[in-house]
Design a protein around this ligand. Structure first.
Ligand code: FAD
Length: 351
């Protein structure tokens, strides 16, 4: 008989809504951009385009970027011992800077946004699925980077990371709708994850759904960012707030480009697409240790059917979402999208 999982629904009536957040994922078609090139005498090291899975691929993407940099230094010794600047203070910019400083490089950060870059808002799913359009070779890169990042998160949980505390990640139950593929098959084949169990999720109020239960990673962006920022401070790294219009604006001859969607202008990368996300951060309530990602169908303003997502993560006091609006880069809050999220969550959770 199929197991029934009794879950408490989150509270999201107006008194429980803390903040409505709009932010942009930098989604690069087919594959991320990791690698170095020389432009006008400067060595530019790119690392962007991980889209809605930036936390998922963080550790291995940064390691791959540093490997590419070291290979370039070997091939172009004229860049050895030159000063380095990292553009961006999202999770990619911060981690890259820390690793460079720990390797003994002189490095600083320049960034347009210090306190709330896009990555600060991430819900924390481990979501390693490759792009539908990726070639088999590109898919292989997703697998390699995903597995290596997953292994690093396991080290974090085991308190084996030098500057990230174990509270930055945990293994918790995650419920996916039957038609959602999070990209875990490869991890199950590699014995990194247990196979899913089909269960009935029951909210105890007449609302129940078929789902696949996985035990997998919740990445706590609050803790991760606090630890990254602490390490930056401990290492005495300078952060300058400025918007960079061109690499030539910077005096350093080595530049790490960790600008997320900012790379679209800086590099004129046509494969980079903004994907707008709306999230609702909830107020203090009993902690719910599960994540949920299910698809529902709603009607839009024109009366057309539109597939939407129900998203819940225990980030903060709970985070509800979410939208994936391709091609939209505006950061002007769209109240209508927030209302739609609340409406579909109301229907789904029955509260
Ligand atoms: C709503 C939402 C939910 C998400 N949920 C998840 C999740 O559940 N799991 C997961 O794995 N990932 C998730 N992510 C994805 C993850 O957060 C992103 O992939 C991540 O934002 C990428 O980080 P980044 O450091 O590359 O970019 P960002 O965090 O966007 O940082 C870019 C930095 O570059 C700076 N910058 C940009 N252009 C310039 C310029 N011209 N000059 C100077 N500075 C510049 C910005 O100010 C910023 O500091 C989510 C993202 C969003 C938006």
């Amino acid at each position: 008989m199929q197991r029934i999982v009794h879950l408490t629904p989150p509270q999201f009536s107006p008194e429980y809504v803390k903040e409505k957040v709009i932010c942009i994922r930098a989604h690069r078609e087919r594959e991320f951009k990791i690698g170095c090139e020389i432009i006008d005498g400067k060595l530019i090291c790119h690392n962007y385009g991980q889209g809605g899975a930036g936390l998922t691929f963080l550790f291995a993407s940064v390691e791959a970027s540093l490997c590419s940099f070291n290979e370039c230094l070997a091939a172009h010794p004229e860049f050895k011992n030159k000063e380095i600047v990292v553009i961006g203070a999202g999770c990619y910019g911060l981690l890259t800077t820390i690793e460079l400083a720990r390797e003994g490089h002189k490095v600083r950060i320049v960034t347009s946004e210090v306190d709330r870059p896009s990555s600060f808002n991430a819900a924390g799913f481990f979501f390693p699925r490759s792009r539908k359009t990726s070639t088999p070779q590109e898919r292989e890169i997703f697998h390699t980077l995903g597995l290596a990042s997953y292994a690093m998160y396991k080290k974090i949980i085991a308190s084996e990371h030098p500057f990230i505390s174990k509270e930055a990640a945990s293994i918790i139950p995650v419920y996916y709708g039957l038609n959602i593929d999070p990209g875990y098959d490869f991890y199950i084949q590699q014995c990194m994850l247990e196979a899913a169990e089909r269960v009935t999720v029951d909210f105890g109020n007449g609302k129940h759904y078929e789902a696949l239960e996985y035990k997998t990673l919740f990445i706590n962006a609050d803790v991760l960012f606090a630890d990254l920022r602490r390490a930056i401070t401990d290492l005495g790294i300078t952060i300058t707030q400025a918007n960079i219009a061109a690499f030539s604006d910077l005096h350093e001859s080595i530049i790490f480009n960790c600008t997320g969607i900012g790379a679209k202008q800086l590099t004129n990368d046509k494969k980079l697409i903004p994907v707008q996300g709306h999230l609702i951060m909830l107020k203090e309530q009993p902690k719910l240790e599960y994540m949920l990602n299910m698809q529902v169908t709603m009607r839009d303003e024109q009366g057309n059917e539109r597939d939407e997502l129900i998203y819940y993560s225990p980030r903060g006091s709970g985070t509800l979402g979410i939208t994936f609006i391709r091609g939209k880069r505006s950061l002007v809050p769209n109240e209508h999208e927030f209302d739609r999220i609340l409406q579909r969550c109301h229907d789904f959770f029955g509260v």
